[in-house]
Design a protein around this ligand. Structure first.
Ligand SMILES: Nc1ncnc2c1ncn2[C@@H]1O[C@H](COP(=O)(O)OP(=O)(O)O)[C@@H](O)[C@H]1O
Ligand SMILES: [Mg+2]
Length: 257
């Protein structure tokens, strides 16, 4: 699989920290349609209705800026809008974003819950969408990877899986920090975001290989910013946003302008 969240150029070039929120009430928005399709693909990969043994997913990528947070946030919203009880966790302690996107408190968050050593201490915050709850990153921690590798984090996830049908974890780049590799070992499925035409094919390969070596749960890749023009062969419609790993892999790696 998979799918491209949405066309490039929806965010201004200088707007590096802005996460674009898709309007799911606009039935004519192809980006909303692309996320609906991505949502569906993820459910198919995990199992219809998200069985309790398969409902926590990690969103990672090789580098910063490839679209992890954008994907995690909108995938979470797409599921909540579709009636799936969803939890979005910010596990990017180095560059926390969920608190900014939803204007919630950064602390207490995941760090504090793990440090408290109890799944009962986890602070869950509400989002404007009824079926979507949030856990922010918490205070910055020098030993983030060690915390995420702890048994307590695993217990927290196990306990949350009793309440939520889908748990989406946003994280740090796999190519830069050990955090996401550590989380990959604790979740049921891992999805890797690549910036279409920009992430070097050898890095695509390296990241997938690396993640597979750590955890055998890589369920798919998500291409962000697929250009319909550059990825010729896709017909008009939401399939413009579709791409498979193989196709991406074959395409050249010149950055899009
Ligand atoms: N498909 C996309 N189209 C346009 N801009 C995007 C897309 N995905 C991400 N961006 C923008 O790129 C920047 C980095 O995205 P982000 O999701 O924060 O990446 P990451 O979490 O991997 O660092 C943000 O400004 C975001 O709005
Ligand atoms: Mg991010």
């Amino acid at each position: 699989m998979i799918i491209n969240p949405f066309k490039r150029n929806i965010a201004r070039r200088d707007d590096h920290n802005r996460i674009h929120l898709i309007d799911f009430s606009d039935s004519s928005d192809p980006h909303a349609e692309a996320f609906r399709m991505l949502r569906l693909q993820v459910e198919v990969a995990l199992g219809d209705g998200f069985p309790e043994t398969c409902r926590s997913i990690l969103i990672t990528s090789t580098m910063q800026g490839e679209g992890k947070t954008t994907t995690a946030v909108n995938l979470a919203r797409a599921n909540a809008v579709a009636g799936i009880k969803t939890l979005l966790i910010d596990a990017d302690n180095r560059h926390p974003m969920i608190n900014h996107v939803f204007k919630i408190d950064q602390t207490p968050g995941l760090t504090e819950a793990i440090l408290a050593g109890s799944s009962e201490k986890v602070s869950i915050q509400r989002s404007p969408i009824e079926k979507l709850d949030l856990i922010s990153a918490g205070a910055r921690q020098e030993f983030a990877a060690e915390l995420l590798g702890s048994e307590c984090f695993e217990q927290i996830l196990t306990s949350l899986k009793k309440t939520y049908q889908l748990i989406i974890i946003d994280s740090t780049p796999f190519g830069m920090f050990a955090d996401s590799g550590t989380i990959a070992r604790k979740v049921d499925a891992t999805f890797v975001v690549f910036y279409a035409g920009k992430t070097e094919p050898r890095n695509v390969e390296k990241t997938i290989k690396g993640l597979k070596g750590l955890a055998g749960n890589v369920k798919g890749v998500i291409l962000s910013r697929v250009s319909a023009k550059r990825h010729a062969g896709y017909t008009y419609g939401y399939h413009d946003y579709y791409a498979s790993y193989e196709k991406h892999h074959r395409s050249d790696s010149r950055p899009e302008s």
